[in-house]
Design a binder for this molecule. Structure first.
Ligand SMILES: [Zn+2]
Length: 362
């Protein structure tokens, strides 16, 4: 399957197309804007335009390059997404593992291009930084140019443990190789490492119009929503296709399960561990880690809300009004449980212990 078209952002598109036509496109761009408005999709669109064999105001959509980009198979378009921390100990092996993890995500996105955000535990660690540096040093495979899209760049982790890798990446942003472009995206520029942010040229995206969201959902959602559902989705989306999509499907189910579980742990009487156990069992390990991810995400949303970050609107009642410190501590506990869940542990037992721990810090 190929990528869905980019919706909206006509002003930004025109500006970028003009910059390319006049040879003034900055090599390192930071695309900032609300969650789910298509920042990474705009990065892919820009990559397609940079690489297209017959570019105009828009990529031609017909040439070999365009087709490869739209199929996410262009060798010089590197879409770097947050991934779980590699398990290997040795740096070279970690880079290989990072490359494999990213390839797996790309495979998923080829199959279902309407993706949800990366889970709360994923990041751009040093292995990803090394991977980017290595790929940036290679000669382009297809043509003359290379494009890197670094999604959710605020998840680039500062790592004192390997300053060389961090510095290599900063050096790349400072003096990118000729004909190499970096498009970083973030919903929260304030969270980006200042050393990274200062090396980028900002491009701000706004929310989409209701009409743009409606048109996109009507054309690309599967199964197509009924009229009433479509209206409700457009309203809740508040100019974000990503939010509309996350309201449906597995992601929404997981967040609902996470909220129910958190409510059970925090409310009611008797020991929290027992309440945690009273919840439905999770048989498959994948389902279980998805639930933990959703719990971590929910705690993160609640922490942002508690810290006064505007626009967070998915906080379960049981978490409202809690201290940001406790919420972040709780999130760290979930991260530990997530690691333990990779091993051979009983999910129910892990969940019971975690429930007790969360009730203590929250
Ligand atoms: Zn083209």
């Amino acid at each position: 399957m190929s990528l869905k078209p980019l919706a909206g952002h006509s002003v930004a598109r025109r500006r970028l197309a003009r910059a390319i036509a006049t040879g003034q496109l900055p090599q390192v761009i930071l695309v900032a804007g609300p969650e789910g408005v298509g920042k990474q999709r705009l990065g892919l669109w820009l990559g397609q335009l940079i690489l297209c064999e017959a570019p105009g105001e828009e990529p031609c959509g017909q040439c070999r390059t365009c087709r490869l980009v739209l199929g996410l198979t262009h060798a010089d378009l590197h879409w770097i997404v947050p991934i779980p921390r590699p398990k290997a100990g040795e740096p070279d092996k970690q880079v290989e593992e990072a490359a494999e993890s990213i390839a797996e995500v790309m495979e998923e996105r080829r199959k279902s291009p309407l993706y949800s955000p990366a889970d709360g535990m994923s990041s751009h660690g040093m292995a990803s930084a090394r991977l980017i540096a290595r790929r940036a040093a290679l000669t382009p495979v297809e043509g003359k140019k290379k494009v890197f899209i670094i999604g959710e760049a605020d998840r680039l982790v500062a790592q004192e443990s390997s300053p060389e890798a961090a510095n290599a990446l900063l050096k790349l942003f400072e003096e990118p190789p000729a004909d190499t472009y970096f498009v970083l995206t973030t919903a929260d520029p304030g969270k980006l490492l200042p050393t990274v942010r200062s090396r980028t040229v900002p491009l701000r995206l706004g929310r989409l119009s209701d009409a743009e969201v409606r048109e996109f959902l009507a054309a690309h959602m599967e199964p197509a929503p009924a009229a009433a559902e479509l209206n409700a989705l457009v309203t809740r989306a508040n100019g974000s296709i990503g939010i509309a999509l996350s309201e449906t499907g597995q992601g929404a189910k997981n967040r609902k399960a996470a909220a129910t579980w958190l409510e059970a742990v925090l409310a009611g009487t008797g020991p929290a561990a027992e309440r945690a156990l009273s919840q439905a069992p999770w048989s498959a390990r994948g389902e279980f880690t998805d639930l933990l991810d959703a719990v971590a995400e929910t705690l993160g949303d609640a922490a942002r809300d508690a810290a006064g970050v505007p626009g967070v609107d998915r906080v379960p009642a049981a978490l409202e009004g809690r201290e940001p410190g406790g919420l972040l501590q709780a999130q760290a506990l979930v991260a530990e449980a997530r690691l333990a869940a990779q091993g051979n542990v009983n999910p129910q037992l892990l969940l019971a212990v975690l429930g007790g721990d969360l009730a203590e810090v929250l």
